[in-house]
Design a protein around this ligand. Structure first.
Ligand SMILES: *[C@@H]1O[C@H](CO)[C@@H](O)[C@H](O)[C@H]1NC(C)=O
Ligand SMILES: *[C@@H]1O[C@H](CO)[C@@H](O)[C@H](O)[C@H]1NC(C)=O
Length: 387
């Protein structure tokens, strides 16, 4: 047992140094081969056997309803949050630019959540605004312990996982993926013949501790399934991807961790007051134009590609576009339940302790505890990029 513990520490130290450079899906193309090489060289078969014998058993049952229940929004059915003249504005904590960086060949990413500017913002782990040209992609790689939500804005992305799920999302579509105890998948942006990029947002959301080892699942949400609402004389259009706005409810049960995602377009002269659940962490990321956030008497202008982070206190986010503006503003407003738990993340594995991360590596390598279906699996869509 003691040799197992010191072995664990040695492996974790080794893996930490690799994963410092490997905390994003895009990096996985480069990192996945080094992970397995490292594991191959440091794991000896006896240790593997010992670990397998000790590996905790996990349930394969669907997630019991009572585990989900306590995380649902604490509102009676069919009640809605409305802004009133008593609503208190949420103050702005900070505004910052998501700086564009190159990530491998043909990919550019603006990351906001999950940078030094915005960490420890539970349940959110990462938000990337990506632009991927033909030739780049994310072939077969694992995940455990989080949910990823991909919102495609332009182009298309193919998906395939080891559970046999396969599909393509197009502009305005989303994919909600719960990694749970383990998934292996490939995400391959389309090879657009005109060379144009595939653009979208990818949000990583933490899973509550007691759902970390749930069965993986995924669901595509088509653009035409998303309800929307027009307010302020049709100067404001809100796509209710998840959550509610002005009495309109989204499609239900998209993610396990409760998250609201609203895609809001405000024309010049339009304004909106959007209530959010009390105490939830919330931010808006400006996709286009310039929006004024805050009460009329105290507004902050936020430009394209900036992330505006709100304080948890208050009821409502106010946004407006100057009547003299040349174009509309478009932003995603995102809020989620803060989870009271430690986040230990190495690359694609997001757990609550280093031991659990180590266990995830072992399970991935030995194809156990959720990674059984990785044995011999290779995606069809990722083959074009195997090097
Ligand atoms: C707030 O709204 C209520 C109901 O619409 C109205 O009766 C009241 O006068 C308003 N108060 C203020 C300060 O505007
Ligand atoms: C004005 O807005 C800023 C940012 O939201 C906030 O920190 C400040 O408290 C507000 N001031 C007043 C007087 O409401």
């Amino acid at each position: 047992m003691r040799s197992f513990a010191s072995f664990t520490i040695a492996v974790i130290v080794g893996l930490c140094s690799i994963f410092l450079f490997c905390d994003h899906i895009l990096d996985l193309v480069a990192c996945s081969s080094s992970i397995s090489q490292l594991l191959d060289t440091i794991l000896d078969r006896n240790t593997l056997k010992e670990t397998q014998a000790e590996a905790h058993t996990t349930t394969t049952d669907p997630v019991p309803e009572h585990l989900l229940q306590s995380y649902k929004l604490d509102l009676p059915p069919d009640t809605f949050l409305y802004a009133t003249n008593m609503s208190v504005a949420r103050a702005i904590r900070k505004v910052f630019l998501a700086v564009e960086q190159a990530e491998g060949a043909g990919a550019r990413v603006r990351r906001s959540v999950g940078t030094p500017q915005l960490r420890n913002f539970s349940p959110f782990l990462m938000l990337d605004h990506f632009s991927v040209k033909p030739g780049a992609g994310f072939p077969d790689h694992p995940h455990r312990g989080q949910e990823t939500i991909t919102y495609l804005l332009e182009g298309a992305v193919d998906h395939e996982d080891f559970a046999g799920n396969k599909g393509t999302i197009g502009p305005g579509d989303l994919q909600f993926m719960t990694a749970g105890r383990g998934i292996m998948h490939a995400e391959m942006p389309a090879q657009n013949t005109d060379g144009s990029a595939n653009v979208g947002l990818q949000l990583w959301v933490d899973l509550p501790t007691r759902l970390k080892m749930c069965e993986p699942r995924y669901r595509d949400l088509r653009a035409d399934e998303i309800p929307s609402v027009d307010v302020d004389d049709n100067k404001v259009h809100v796509k209710v991807i998840s959550g509610q706005s002005h009495g309109i409810d989204s499609v239900k049960d998209l993610a396990y961790t409760p998250v609201w995602i609203l895609d809001v377009t405000v024309q010049p002269g339009g304004k909106v007051a959007q209530p959010l659940p009390a105490g939830w962490n919330a931010f808006a990321y400006v996709l286009e134009g310039q929006a004024l956030f805050g009460e009329a008497s105290n507004q902050t202008a936020v430009e394209q590609f900036n992330n505006v982070v709100f304080e948890p206190a208050g009821d409502v986010v106010y946004a407006e576009v100057d009547a003299g503006a040349e174009k509309s503003a478009r932003f995603v407003l995102i809020a989620g339940t803060p989870l009271d738990q430690k986040v230990v993340q190495y690359g694609p594995f997001v757990l609550n302790s280093q031991e659990e991360v180590y266990q995830a590596f072992m399970d991935y390598q030995t194809q156990t505890n959720g990674f059984e279906r990785a044995k011999g699996w290779e995606s069809e869509i990722g083959k074009s990029m195997v090097h």
